[in-house]
Design a protein around this ligand. Structure first.
Ligand SMILES: C[S@@+](CC[C@H](N)C(=O)[O-])C[C@H]1O[C@@H](n2cnc3c(N)ncnc32)[C@H](O)[C@@H]1O
Length: 257
């Protein structure tokens, strides 16, 4: 039995948005530590003998502090072998995957990573928003709204000064400051989309402009987990509603026959 840690990206929420490699890792795990944003249907792939430990946030409280998670990983790997650390989206995009990996390596535990489909690109895509598009956007920034010290990231002001598409994770509590920063850059008319629970059945969307987005959030009661997309690409959105409805219809028809 070799102590092993695989940090696995669980994708943005839709249970089918996961890699084959992630499923293989889940199947072979002796222990799985999973976060709140992970779709728990993925745990159905786990061996019945595997130990499943929820280490995320529930009702705003963390089940475990980060140092406790690090210790759990090491202790379980040394005792049981293969630990899978299952994280929402991609584990190396605001997922603290790299920190856990570093900690495990200090104990000479074999480590690996399975990249995941990040909410930063998949959630806009499901809403028909391309992050780049010829004549609309040449690049995109993915920024955290809130830093370790609970302050707004200084990168948001830099990004607001650019022509890039700006994607902000963990930014809902800083929305007023974000609006202010973009307004100061003369971007009150720039398009904004906010998507909560993207790719999940309970997905909620608000579309507006920098000048209107706060009242839209209020009206639609949008909250975490949500992603904020700012830029011309929001105006280039392709409405998939019809396509999804037709696909559903096709599915029902197929089932009936
Ligand atoms: C700690 S970060 C983890 C990001 C993750 N590693 C990824 O690549 O998607 C958590 C934030 O990601 C965003 N997020 C993750 N999943 C989401 C989803 N399904 N819909 C909207 N936002 C999501 C939210 O901003 C949430 O607060």
């Amino acid at each position: 039995m070799t102590p092993r840690l695989t940090i696995v990206g669980a994708g943005p929420g839709d249970v089918d948005l996961v890699t084959v490699k992630a499923i293989k890792a889940i199947k072979s795990a002796n222990v799985i530590l999973y976060d709140a944003l992970v779709n728990i249907e993925l745990l159905d792939y786990a061996s019945p003998k595997a130990e499943l430990i929820f280490v995320g946030k529930r009702k705003g409280c963390y089940a475990y502090q980060q140092n406790q998670i690090n210790e759990l990983i090491v202790q379980r790997a040394l005792r049981y072998g293969h630990v899978v650390r299952l994280k929402g989206g991609d584990p190396f995009i605001f997922g603290r995957g790299a920190e856990e990996l570093d900690y495990a390596r200090e104990y000479a535990i074999e480590v690996g990573v399975v990249p995941g489909i990040s909410s930063s690109s998949a959630v806009p895509a499901y809403q028909g928003i391309p992050l780049t598009k010829r004549n609309a956007s040449e690049s995109f920034w993915v920024i955290t709204g809130t830093t370790k010290s609970h302050k707004i990231s200084g990168d948001i002001a830099l990004a607001a000064n650019s022509t890039a598409t700006v994607v902000i994770l963990m930014g809902m509590s800083k929305l007023s400051e974000i609006v202010q920063i973009f307004s100061n850059e003369g971007k009150s008319e720039t398009a904004v989309a906010i998507i909560q629970n993207g790719t999940r059945p309970d997905e909620k969307v608000g579309i507006g402009k920098i000048s209107t987005i706060e009242s839209i959030v209020e009206e639609k009661q949008l909250s975490n987990p949500a992603i904020i997309i700012i830029g011309e690409v929001v105006n280039q959105r392709v409405d998939f509603t019809d396509i999804y409805q037709k696909a559903d219809l096709a599915k029902h028809t197929a089932q009936k026959n």
